[in-house]
Design a protein around this ligand. Structure first.
Ligand SMILES: Nc1ncnc2c1ncn2[C@@H]1O[C@H](COP(=O)(O)OP(=O)(O)OP(=O)(O)O)[C@@H](O)[C@H]1O
Length: 281
């Protein structure tokens, strides 16, 4: 579904990363990890064809990046909806189906009625899949961050994408909601067969569900299973200095000694509960 060989990204005259090899198969759930500014979002943009690779080869859904974007669901970084926004959750999901389409059949025609029924059925199906049926008819601005996030995931899924790309969807969710959204994405990958790539700062909520990890740091990447990547020797080689990975009694991983400062977006973490931490760094 996604294949990078010796890929490099260059923005503003600066090489962010190089020699990145990565393969994501159908139905795999892969996290893109690493400190602030290392180029995680740029990797997603490279896969979408919004940022040309500076070197190497990038193939997405069997072709050049950008060619098959209609088969990709994309959830960009965001800050949340204004509390006064009146549009309902169900309408937000529906926008993912036909929000960009022109030439919709005339109201009153049989084709229009058929299409509307099929669209309504698909929207209801995907809202059910993300567990948002109970609140999808409320204004999205009045929903919690976790509820909004589920509806946005439904929007990204409504066209039955083969690949789902999510840029920090767990950011600013509390720990129970991070866990719930991680479980939902694991289900989307493993039960629905969608390949899922997620940019994240904390691997811990995702660990139980992940098939693979891309860890970007120091202009390079390590890729593999979570066990292959998130360990002291692999991260020490990547950073070029001693890094330890500690495992807490409840199975959380804490990376100690990584040279970069913690990757916290203070602005987007304002509503984070006290005591919540970013354990993967
Ligand atoms: N179009 C651009 N022109 C110049 N610099 C850019 C451009 N896009 C991104 N950058 C820079 O490239 C670096 C990597 O950005 P990117 O958003 O990919 O990082 P990230 O790992 O996703 O960061 P974060 O964890 O903070 O979201 C940043 O320093 C950013 O300012």
């Amino acid at each position: 579904m996604v294949c990078l060989r010796g890929a490099a990204a260059r923005v503003g005259g600066r090489t962010l990363w190089r020699d990145v090899d990565l393969s994501v198969a159908a139905g795999e759930f892969v996290a893109v990890l690493g400190p602030n500014g290392v180029g995680k979002s740029t990797l997603v943009k490279t896969i979408l064809g919004l940022q040309p690779a500076a070197a190497g080869e990038v193939r997405v859904l069997g072709g050049r990046p950008g060619r098959a974007n209609h088969r990709i669901g994309y959830l960009p970084q965001r800050r949340g909806f204004d509390a006064t926004l009146r549009i309902r959750g169900v309408d937000v999901v529906r926008l993912g189906l036909d929000g960009d389409r022109w030439g919709i059949p005339l109201p009153g025609s049989a084709r229009f009625a058929r299409r509307r029924r099929a669209a309504e059925a698909r929207v209801a199906e995907v809202i059910d899949l993300v567990g948002a049926t109970g609140y999808a008819h409320r204004p999205i601005g009045q929903l919690s961050g976790g509820e909004q996030q589920r509806l946005l995931i439904a929007q990204a899924l409504v066209r039955r994408p083969a690949l789902l790309l999510l840029d920090e969807p767990l950011d600013s969710l509390d720990l129970p909601n991070q866990g719930a959204v991680a479980a939902l994405l694991g289900h989307v990958a493993h039960a629905e067969g969608v390949s899922v790539m997620i940019v994240a700062h904390d691997v811990n909520p995702l660990l139980a569900y992940l098939d693979g990890v891309v860890y970007l740091a120091h202009g390079a990447a390590v890729t593999g299973t979570p066990d292959e990547v998130i360990n002291g020797p692999a991260l020490s080689r990547l950073y070029g200095s001693p890094v330890e990975v500690l495992c807490t009694s409840d199975g959380r991983l804490v990376v100690v000694g990584a040279p970069e400062p913690p990757a916290v977006h203070a602005d987007r973490h304002a509503d984070r509960p006290s005591g919540a931490r970013d354990g993967s760094r």
